[in-house]
Design a protein around this ligand. Structure first.
Ligand code: PXG
Length: 454
């Protein structure tokens, strides 16, 4: 695209397009980056820059860009039957096959899918249907969801309320009633003198304290991301999730794993709950289910919850026009076929994750980096003012943004949350591309350190 054409598009964008999670006035001044092409782990922008996408779009392009089979699956389904709904006692073949496939792929007895269009809507669905699950069993007061401060569960009224981002709560009158939050498990800043394993138990027992404070008869469910993504890839100690599971079972509180980021191979297992060895009652999925090629989300329910909803729930007064959209289901099935037949998750776990962890640890040696954490193909570099000390910069986020911009100059897309540099590449990244990622990230760290005089 020539410069003039790019400029025209940027002006139209500034005039007519409100961007999510952006200061739109500042963005209009600067001009958006327009992406034009993707292939494997790379994307190209309108100025012709080739960028290594170490963030897989927005944690979602698991099979990489440019897989024409996914377009072909969509085209075939659109030609045959572009749309039909799952209301009115109807549905379509891809929708049925996807529900069955998800029942097979997800662990344990998570055997029942409710389809929506995004992770946010899946969490809305879970909030409503879990409350309904308790209500039809004569426990309408057992309706409180406990989430975590700085958790991320989407941006709808329910999703943003379940999440614990203060900035989001400030806009739109959130959280909605009967949602509580506990502190997240983040040893680096919160662990004090405890070992990581000791701290994991302490952090998990905050859930027990909260349940006892509210009364177990009031608490419907606990929701958490196995690894907290958006806030900065907080990887909990191994002791955390089993203890959370024990507490949920003790008080008959449903355990909801929000696997929107962790699902479909991100941690090296198919689901993050398998990485940590716990069994959710309900699971949120989206993103990697279609590798981001088309919108789709789902709430997965276990036999107990779905059994009650079916036997006692009556008509479920919930659903969207596009719940179980056949084209989205066909693309998801093709995406899962690619992941399975090409052994992408296993290869990522056995061939790539160990090498990536090694190179990530080398980045951890850099004088700006206080911690290099990683699980599977999901990691963060914590930038700190004083190496060896677990303290933050006075003004949080400036150095992270600087590092992100330097990375971009070197042709690398790395995401910054405050001063955590986040990593989540397509699962198909090769060892050579891991080396390229390392070189570019190191160069960005060097430029950042130089710019702030470290
Ligand atoms: N749960 C989790 C764990 C997520 O990460 C959602 C739910 C909501 O999904 P939808 O499809 O409604 O966006 C997400 C989404 C970021 C960022 O800045 C992360 C997400 C979305 C937008 C930005 O890291 N995750």
């Amino acid at each position: 695209m020539d410069t003039q054409q790019t400029r025209i598009l940027q002006d139209l964008d500034a005039a007519h397009h409100l961007h999510p999670f952006n200061d739109n006035a500042a963005l209009a001044q600067k001009g958006t980056r327009i992406l034009t092409k993707g292939e494997g782990c790379y994307v190209w922008d309108a100025e012709g820059n080739k960028l290594l996408d170490a963030f897989a779009g927005l944690w979602c392009v698991n099979v990489g860009y440019g897989r024409s089979e996914l377009g072909e699956a969509a085209s075939k389904q659109m030609t045959q039957l572009a749309y039909y709904n799952s209301f009115f006692q109807c549905t379509t073949e891809p929708t049925i096959r996807l529900a069955a496939k998800l029942a097979e792929l997800t662990p344990g007895d998570l055997n029942h899918a409710f389809f929506v269009n995004s992770g946010s809507e899946a969490n809305d669905t879970i909030l409503r249907l879990v409350r309904h699950f308790w209500a039809v069993q004569d426990q309408p007061e057992k309706n409180i969801f406990i989430g975590r401060h700085n958790g991320y569960h989407g941006t709808t009224m329910a999703g943003a309320s379940l999440g614990g981002m203060k900035g989001m709560h400030k806009q739109g009158g959130l959280p909605i009633p009967d949602i509580a939050h506990i502190e997240p498990p983040f040893w680096f800043y919160d662990g004090g003198d405890l070992s990581e394993d000791e701290y994991g138990l302490v952090a998990a027992r905050r859930l027990e304290d909260k349940i006892l404070e509210l009364g177990p008869e009031r608490v419907a469910a606990f929701i958490g991301e196995p690894i907290m993504g958006a806030i900065g890839v907080y990887i909990p100690p191994r002791t955390y999730w089993p203890e959370i599971e024990r507490i949920c079972r003790k008080y008959d509180v449903l355990l909801v794993a929000d696997e929107v980021i962790c699902g479909f191979g991100r941690t090296g297992e198919w689901f993050g709950s398998e990485h940590f060895g716990f069994m959710p009652d309900v699971m949120t999925i989206a993103k990697g289910i279609t590798s981001g090629y088309i919108p789709l989300g789902a709430a997965m329910f276990n036999d107990r919850v779905a059994g009650v909803l079916k036997a006692q729930g009556g008509e479920l007064a919930h659903g969207a026009t596009y719940s179980g959209h056949p084209v989205c289901a066909a693309v998801a099935l093709e995406n899962i076929r690619i992941l399975q037949e090409e052994h992408i998750v296993e290869t990522a776990k056995t061939q790539i994750a160990p090498y990536l962890a090694q190179r990530w640890a080398e980045l951890g040696e850099h004088r700006l980096v206080g911690q290099a954490r990683i699980a599977g193909l999901m990691g963060a570099l914590e930038l700190v003012p004083h190496k060896g000390q677990r303290t933050t910069f006075d003004e949080r986020g400036t150095v992270g943004a600087l590092c992100r911009d330097h990375a971009l100059r070197h042709g690398l897309i790395l995401r910054a949350t405050y001063d955590s540099m986040l990593l989540s590449p397509p699962l198909v990244i090769t060892r050579a591309q891991v080396d390229e990622l390392f070189e570019k990230a190191w160069a960005a760290l060097e430029d950042t350190a130089e710019a702030i005089g470290v």
